[in-house]
Design a protein around this ligand. Structure first.
Ligand SMILES: Cc1cc2nc3c(=O)[nH]c(=O)nc-3n(C[C@H](O)[C@H](O)[C@H](O)COP(=O)(O)OP(=O)(O)OC[C@H]3O[C@@H](n4cnc5c(N)ncnc54)[C@H](O)[C@@H]3O)c2cc1C
Ligand code: SF4
Length: 333
């Protein structure tokens, strides 16, 4: 049986106390929300902490609030189960409800939070293993070693962003509200939140926490959908994920956004698809062109399970399915 290492557990009742613990213990304290990712990783020795700071007693971080601009603010501690079934989210941002409803299994979604999902660690077949397994291989760049087994001679970890919420939040233009004791609150657009380093693929500093996720008001006629390739339609992380969003007005597509993830450390925003689709009818001909454009931009690596060539072949398939699903049902009211 895998055991957790020894650590001090803190459960503060205020955000100020949380931030003080992070500031007073630089790099040694870790936040835990639902614990569905951090704790397994600590059992495997992939992540370490002297102090684990629970966010579960903090008031007011589990709610959804309306914003003056017609958007919403969602507290970082809202569980995925609550988010997936929230009437406002299902009505206005159905692709987000859909994506978080596909995370892991029911028990994980009951414990797991939006904040934990946004801040999820990257994944790789060479790191998500027991300590014994990784030691036998000589470890790797992400933890304890000096080489990457995916990109031979590579100097940067390319472990995959595997969080289901991230690509959808990117298509919806989310803003993340972060806070720290030293610098107070700052707002980071979600495209600027992720960075190309599988060791730390977020700009979140060690003394910072995510307070809430803000979504702008949905555009008139917003359609969106999320598609996830995985081994089993339950529990498994994505081998490939696709989020799409566009506004459908007078029978024409506007402002198409597509993000493909589970490729490398950053969910990848597809280039040129907005221009390609602008003002055109959402028909199979257009979907074919968009699928081909995405195929040309996606180059899956052997960082997560599933043959990389197969995952690449699935890019246009999943892009077209997501576009069809968005037309058929993923509409915001
Ligand atoms: C079997 C299994 C299958 C899974 N399948 C999927 C899947 O298909 N898709 C998927 O996306 N995930 C999956 N997960 C991972 C996990 O369950 C979810 O991503 C979940 O949303 C994580 O949320 P949490 O609250 O449990 O995070 P935690 O484990 O508590 O934290 C995760 C990370 O986020 C940080 N963090 C948490 N909250 C904050 C905050 N407010 N501010 C700053 N940092 C914070 C923690 O320090 C930690 O680094 C799976 C996990 C398991 C065990
Ligand atoms: S991508 Fe390379 S460095 Fe990163 S976890 Fe995998 S093997 Fe390790």
């Amino acid at each position: 049986m895998l055991r957790l290492p020894t650590f001090t557990y803190e459960s503060p009742a205020t955000i100020d106390e949380v931030l003080a613990l992070l500031a007073d213990n630089p790099g040694r304290a870790r936040l835990v929300a639902g614990g569905t990712d951090l704790l397994p990783n600590m059992k495997h020795g992939i992540e370490e902490a002297d102090i684990v700071v629970s966010l579960s007693r903090l008031p007011g971080l589990s709610a959804l609030a309306e914003l003056p601009d017609g958007g919403v603010s969602i507290g970082a501690m809202m569980t995925l189960e609550t988010l997936a079934s929230h009437p406002t989210v299902r009505a206005r941002y159905p692709s987000l409800a859909q994506a978080v409803g596909l995370v892991a299994g029911p028990h994980h979604r009951r414990m797991g939070t939006l904040g934990g999902n946004v801040c999820l660690n990257t994944r790789c077949v060479y790191i998500n293993q027991t300590h014994f397994w990784r030691e036998s291989l000589g470890y790797c760049l992400k933890k304890d070693g000096s080489a990457c087994h995916v990109v031979k001679g590579g100097k940067r970890c390319v472990a995959a962003a595997s969080n289901d919420s991230a690509p959808v939040l990117m298509t919806l233009g989310a803003r993340l509200v972060l806070t720290s004791q030293a610098r107070g609150e700052r707002i980071v657009g979600i495209d600027d939140f992720f960075q190309r380093d599988g060791v730390q693929n977020k700009v979140l500093e060690a003394d910072e926490m995510l307070l809430r996720v803000e979504l702008p008001a949905p555009a008139a006629g917003l359609h969106g959908a999320y598609m996830k390739l995985r081994v089993r339609d339950s529990i498994d992380f994505p081998r490939l994920s696709v989020a799409v969003a566009f506004a459908l007005r007078d029978g024409a597509v506007h402002d198409l956004a597509i993000v493909v993830s589970a490729l490398a450390a950053v969910p990848q925003r597809m280039r040129n698809v907005t221009e390609l689709a602008e003002g055109r009818a959402p028909d199979e001909g257009l979907f074919e062109e968009i699928g081909a454009a995405c195929f040309g931009q996606c180059h899956p690596l052997s960082n997560i399970d599933g043959d990389a060539t197969y995952r690449r072949e699935m890019v246009p398939v999943y892009v077209k399915r997501a576009l069809r699903a968005a037309i058929e049902g993923g509409v915001s009211s």
